[in-house]
Design a protein around this ligand. Structure first.
Ligand SMILES: C[S@@+](CC[C@H](N)C(=O)[O-])C[C@H]1O[C@@H](n2cnc3c(N)ncnc32)[C@H](O)[C@@H]1O
Length: 259
């Protein structure tokens, strides 16, 4: 999964990728998650940050959504991820937008920060890309100050599916979409209070369709950039995700929580 993202950030600002991103996501950060501008606005409202606040974006990629929140609120943004190229793009974008930011190459399950140093934490479809979900949520809780807030989105398998449908959902979603326990339980276990959960599956579904059409219509340019095999795999996976979402096997939720 991490090699996949390493490779992905090398191309996210290529013209064809930016065209697809603008059409499907309405953003221009080189984003690879499914958070729309509207969802990030709601996340930012919940985080309630000002220009003296510090925000941590885990799995920040090329800077979406942390830098957007930084520009909107004036807060300082710390962006954490593994792929160095993505973080370099993020720092360039921060400089261009005059957002105070720095980057850290580290594991979200082992944060290199002291207790209580952030007012807010944000992550976009991070938890379905890793196995150590409980450790990440516990680390987020440790580094946020008392009363601090977190906002995140995640793709999930719809609960209580028949075993066959569950298997299809897991195969068609992000690599680590499956969970041992519901996120609400893991949040409670790691010391978070749930303020609100929003089901954003229908937006996810329509974005999936738009992304697919957008990729299909630029197949030739994508093949020239990424190679035929990678494009086939990307479009096949895209179809699988859209089908699983439309057939009620995958959902996507937005969680707003408080320390
Ligand atoms: C779905 S992408 C989202 C990227 C970016 N926030 C965006 O919206 O475009 C998930 C990101 O999480 C990162 N990631 C995966 N496991 C991680 C971990 N253990 N610690 C930190 N980041 C991780 C990946 O490298 C990837 O950049």
């Amino acid at each position: 999964m991490l090699a996949f993202f390493d490779e992905r950030y090398l191309h996210v600002l290529a013209p064809v990728m930016l065209e697809i991103e603008a059409e499907a996501r309405g953003t221009d950060y080189g984003s690879v998650s499914w958070s729309t501008r509207g969802q990030v606005e709601r996340m930012a409202t919940h985080l309630d940050l000002g220009n003296d606040s510090r925000l941590l974006d885990i799995g920040a990629g090329a800077g979406w959504p942390g830098l957007y929140v930084g520009q909107r609120t004036g807060c300082h943004v710390t962006m954490l991820d593994f792929p160095v190229h993505g973080l370099k793009l993020a720092l360039d974008r921060a400089a261009r937008d005059s957002v105070a930011a720095h980057a850290s190459v580290a594991d979200g399950a082992l944060l290199p920060f002291s207790e209580g140093v952030f007012e807010g934490v944000i992550h976009s479809d991070l938890l379905c890309c890793l196995t150590r979900k409980l450790e990440v949520l516990a680390e987020c809780r440790r580094v946020v100050r008392p009363g601090g807030r977190m906002a995140f989105t995640v793709i999930e398998v719809v609960p209580d599916l028949a075993p066959d449908a569950h298997t299809i959902a897991v195969e068609s979603g992000p690599e680590f979409v499956d969970t041992e326990s519901p996120y609400a339980d893991v949040l409670a276990e790691t010391g978070w209070t749930l303020s609100q959960v929003e089901d954003v599956t229908s937006e996810f579904q329509s974005m999936g369709r738009t992304l697919l059409q957008s990729r299909e219509s630029r197949r030739e340019a994508l093949v020239a950039l990424l190679g035929a095999e990678n494009v086939e795999e990307m479009i096949d996976r895209n179809w699988g995700t859209v089908a699983s979402t439309e057939e009620g096997r995958l959902c996507r939720r937005l969680y707003l929580v408080e320390a």
